[in-house]
Design a protein around this ligand. Structure first.
Ligand SMILES: Nc1ncnc2c1ncn2[C@@H]1O[C@H](COP(=O)(O)OP(=O)(O)OP(=O)(O)O)[C@@H](O)[C@H]1O
Length: 246
């Protein structure tokens, strides 16, 4: 079953159009890079895919269900724009953040040894076990992103959706973080990454979608680099679009 299927989705914030007639499938195990200029609708499209917004027209399905009905907190790990920065204000430890990933599984029940093991393994996988008892605010931006990935892993997510997760993080930590994403993807995690650094995405993603309200390109990274999609999308006057891409 495909993690994400959006069909002819259109969305506006009041009279501000954000996404126009976008159809897109994210297949199990792929690493999708979602790119486009500022304000081109990337975050909005991701929220539509995850059911955090409901389309004005068209349909969005998440693991086969209407996306907005998929609200049980499992299968999807979402790292929203700036969320790692906001987390810096939270007076809780790294381990506590990762434990939150178990809540959908634990429900009103007790946190058992299986849950503790899942948390420990998630911390280990992203390489932050030694920081587990530190306050999240005492971590660097790069370390914090890893903690959010660990939370998703602890929740046994099959899909990681990240909205510019590395804003404000130094170049070395960013590269290491993206390598971690590529690693997880190789171990069968489906990844959707919004990223403004085109180099980062074309190096690591298996497929690229470039949007500026509409889809300008959808295909493999090599073809994207060789195409005019980038210039078209970035140069587009949105009301007088002229392009040949589906
Ligand atoms: N909550 C909101 N209320 C009103 N308009 C919004 C809201 N969020 C986004 N928009 C508008 O919708 C359009 C698409 O925004 P969106 O954040 O999806 O783009 P983006 O490609 O993710 O941008 P960026 O790369 O700058 O983060 C923009 O014109 C933006 O100003």
């Amino acid at each position: 079953m495909n993690p994400v299927e959006v069909d002819a989705v259109t969305f506006a914030y009041g009279d501000v159009p954000a996404v126009d007639d976008v159809s897109l499938t994210v297949e199990d195990g792929e690493f999708l890079g979602l790119v486009g200029p500022n304000g081109s609708g990337k975050s909005t499209l991701l929220k539509l895919m995850l059911g955090l917004l409901r389309p004005d027209r068209g349909t969005a399905r998440l693991f086969g269900e209407p996306a907005h009905e998929h609200d049980d907190g499992t299968r999807v790990g979402y790292v929203a724009q700036q969320s790692t920065r906001a987390a810096g204000e939270m007076p809780i430890t790294v381990r506590e953040v990762v434990r939150m990933g178990r809540y959908p599984h634990v429900g009103v029940g007790r946190f058992g040894s299986e849950d503790r093991t899942a948390v420990a393994e998630a911390l280990e996988t992203v390489g932050v076990s030694d920081l587990a008892d530190r306050r999240i605010g005492a971590l660097s931006g790069g370390q914090r992103q890893r903690v959010f990935i660990a939370r998703a892993l602890a929740s046994e997510a099959d899909l990681l959706a990240l909205d510019e997760p590395a804003v404000g993080v130094d170049a070395d930590s960013r590269a290491a973080f993206y390598d971690l994403l590529a690693d997880l993807n190789e171990r069968s995690m489906t990844v959707i990454l919004i990223e403004h650094d085109i180099g980062v995405v074309t190096e690591r993603a298996s497929r690229i979608v470039c949007i500026n309200r509409e889809v300008f390109f959808h295909g493999d990274p090599g073809a994207f680099t060789d195409s005019d999609a980038l210039t078209d999308a970035y140069g587009a006057n949105q009301r007088t679009l002229h392009h040949d891409h589906p």
